[in-house]
Design a protein around this ligand. Sequence first.
Ligand SMILES: O=C(O)CCC(=O)C(=O)O
Ligand SMILES: [Mn+2]
Length: 216
Amino acid sequence: MAQGALFDEPAQQGIVALGPEARVLRGFALPWVDRLLAALAEVERAAPPRHMLTPGGLAMSVANTNCGALGWVSDRRGYRYSATDPQSGQPWPAMPAAFAELALAAAAAAGFADYAPDACLINHYRPGTRLSLHQDKDERDHRAPIVSVSLGMPAVFLFGGLARADKALRVPLQHGDVVVWGGVDRLRFHGVLPLKELPHPLLGAERINLTLRQAG
Ligand SMILES: O=C(O)CCC(=O)C(=O)O
Ligand SMILES: [Mn+2]
């Protein structure tokens, strides 16, 4: 996709507009990667990734965990935010400083000031794992941006419209890319195509996605 090709605005180096208030920031997270991975290892010692159940009772193919004041959980009762990890009964690990700093910087670069994420969902993908088209709408504020950080294996992100049937853009995402969407674009359907087996030099046959949100 050519930079700035979708919207009539001056192209900025490394920034691709997916909508009036949606941006891909190419490589934006690269300077943070070492700190992110060190902090992630600590978070996951306390709250290991697990395959949550969908409301229909099937195990999700993505393995998840959370950090921050609130964590997104799914089980037979549905989707919601919880201040505690249902597996341990303990509060989720605190949001690491590196996660919060990156999220604020990315939100600002995409035009969103005053961002205060209180939840980070951590998704682990293996080859073949996909995430079907969905809207993020379990949060209280449906305009505050989502900051989504890609690490490890590449993926194709689908970015659709406000209706499930709307045609979706196919956006290739690489290690270090950050997608930010909020405001009028906040409720757009999105998903991830099944991952190809393209091992990454640092993370091997895995993709990790950090999804930061203002949930509470
Ligand atoms: O993995 C991604 O890039 C997207 C994740 C996502 O949409 C979600 O966790 O709600
Ligand atoms: Mn989502």
